[in-house]
Design a protein around this ligand. Structure first.
Ligand code: FDP
Length: 339
């Protein structure tokens, strides 16, 4: 091993250092957010390790090693990992998870001021074929001294304090925004640390990719159909856009953030509210998009202005490069004028 080269790496910007640096800009800060985040980061590392072992476990039965317990489904396991990580931080009061029908109110002795909404393992239909999946989270803060109520999480996305996702793919990447831009960190397995690899991510103003499940096309509304037609047969002499659709939101949004373009999960006749969940899919990804200079739109309004009425509510979503989403907004505005 080259110890000299290794020694040089000690000046790396790890996610812990990054968050502590941010915290030091606010002398009044009690460090609660940094503690909460360190628990989320541990949850991500834990799930990453489970996801990496999952294929192997299935083939050679590693499950047998867990005291004869039947192997838990990865999404159920991931939920347990995050609930435990969040409650044990003693910084949370309400947890909303995709996996739990009801919100979890943390017991008073372990309560803090943060509400965390999350999808512990999004894109789970991709698990068995080894395609990238991820955890998505958003964080709200309740006022000092107030009793937490469900209304604390039924707030528009623009009130989120922070949002992020962790993608379990060819590498494990954590993308985070605390409201001052977007930064990406990649897990270095040899150090067990997330290292800042994508500082200050900005999405290209216009992209060359559209990302949608075209199998639903026969049920789309007019503006969605027109937009996709425009992507394929542009009339302004520009090149057609490429289609990329993984069917795993974290992976599709991650590519959109880095390469530009647009990701859409629109409403259709069968699902008038689309498929994706407002609190832990639409809001965190919209928060990141806006922080990176992009836009996010529901077909009716800016996604982050939406006020959810139920914790598992769904919404159509169009997000990505600023100019591309602007075209979609214009198509919906034109449709509304016609009506
Ligand atoms: P999945 O059903 O595999 O959990 O919301 C879940 C989600 O995946 C997203 O990650 C993904 O973007 C979307 O659903 C894919 O839906 P379609 O299969 O309908 O395209």
């Amino acid at each position: 091993m080259d110890h000299a080269a290794d020694a040089h790496r000690t000046d790396l910007m790890t996610i812990t250092r990054f968050v502590l640096n941010e915290q030091s800009k606010y002398p009044e800060s009690r460090g609660d957010f940094s503690i909460l985040l360190s628990h989320i980061v541990l949850g991500c590392k834990f799930v990453c390790s489970c996801v990496n072992k999952a294929g192997l476990a299935k083939l050679i039965g590693l499950a047998g090693e867990t005291n004869g317990e039947e192997q838990k489904k990865l999404d159920v396991l991931s939920n347990e990992v995050f609930v435990k990580a969040l409650v044990s931080s003693s910084r949370t009061c309400i947890l909303v998870s995709e996996e739990d029908e009801e919100a979890i109110f943390v017991e008073a002795s372990k309560r803090g001021r943060y509400c965390v909404v999350f999808d512990p393992l999004d894109g789970s239909s991709n698990i068995d074929c080894g395609v990238s999946i991820g955890t998505i989270f958003g964080i709200y803060l309740i006022k000092d001294g107030e009793e937490p109520t469900l209304d604390d999480v039924l707030q528009p996305g623009k009130n989120m304090l922070a949002a992020g996702y962790c993608m379990y793919g060819s590498s494990c990447t954590l993308v985070l925004s605390t409201g001052t831009g977007v930064n990406g960190f990649t897990l270095d397995p040899s150090l067990g640390e997330f290292i800042l690899t994508h500082p200050d991510i900005k999405i290209p103003k216009k992209g060359k990719i559209y990302s949608v499940n075209e199998g639903n096309a026969k049920n789309w509304d007019g503006p969605t159909a027109k937009y996709v037609e425009k992507c394929k047969f542009p009339k302004d002499g520009s090149s057609p856009k490429s289609l990329r659709y993984i069917g795993s939101m974290v992976a599709d949004v991650h590519r959109t953030l880095l390469y530009g373009g647009v990701f859409l999960y629109p409403a259709d006749k069968k699902s008038p509210n689309g498929k994706l969940r407002v609190l832990y899919e639409v809001f965190p990804m919209s928060f990141l998009m806006e922080q990176a200079g992009g836009q996010s739109f529901t077909g009716k309004e800016r996604a982050l202005d939406l006020v959810p009425k139920k914790i598992h509510e769904r919404s159509p979503i169009f997000l990505g490069s600023y100019d591309d989403v602007e075209e979609i907004i214009a198509l919906y505005a034109a449709e509304e004028k016609k009506e």
